[in-house]
Design a protein around this ligand. Sequence first.
Ligand code: ZN
Length: 272
Amino acid sequence: MEIVAGVHRIEDLNGSNAVLLTGEQMAVVDTGVPGNGEAIVSYIKGIGRDPADLRWILLTHLHHDHSGSAAELHELTGAKIVAHEAETVRSADGRLLLRKGNEGESIPIWYRWMFGRRGRRRPASTQFHDTEVHETVAEGDVLPCLGGIRIIHAPGHTPGSICPLLQGPNVLFLGDSVLNNVDRLSRPLMWDRSRRRRLDASLRSLRDLEADVALFGHGPPLMEEVMDKVRGMTDRPYDLPTWRIVMRNRRTLRQFQESSRRPGHWQGGPRT
Ligand SMILES: [Zn+2]
């Protein structure tokens, strides 16, 4: 589905959203979980483009539900995998790889008790395959695609999370730093207050941007009053003790727990 000219949300993938940018040279932002490579290639062919013109596979962050098909899409098209340096690690044999795993947070028992959240096991990071990163990006870099993709470093969700801004059509990619799948924009519920503080600072630094469309790692695009909504979200307190965050947001958190029990619902995690 073309959201705005040149910006396609590739439907029917598993995991996160994946977005194709059809400049002369093309880019894909995020890929979903493993197994989406062929579907992304056939989408590219379906709009009459040559998969060999895909130049960048840009990852908003390392998480497996976003990066899972990057390696296979690289195999299929030759496109370079691009991520922020803080998402990478050097392997023993000198290759630059995407770091693996989550940030090692576990859900407090009192939270499980309060919200009846069943223990959902995350796959161990050893189960993830290696993903080689071919190019790293940093704050202020611009990839020459569709008027320029400007890289904004937004640490918090992960140390190397980025919010790419597509400068031509003013489209802001918020990755998992902001979610749009409850009834308002929300931030991931992270148990470590220092991580919340970091994300809060990152999101506040976005307040003065101009964006007409916001895209998210999970959930539909936002096409109206984008920056008003982002600013409204950052007006709500986030740098608070965990119990206060949970109490203030218990209605939204309950709503999330309800919806996550429905089959086929992808969880980006609870959010506030
Ligand atoms: Zn994530």
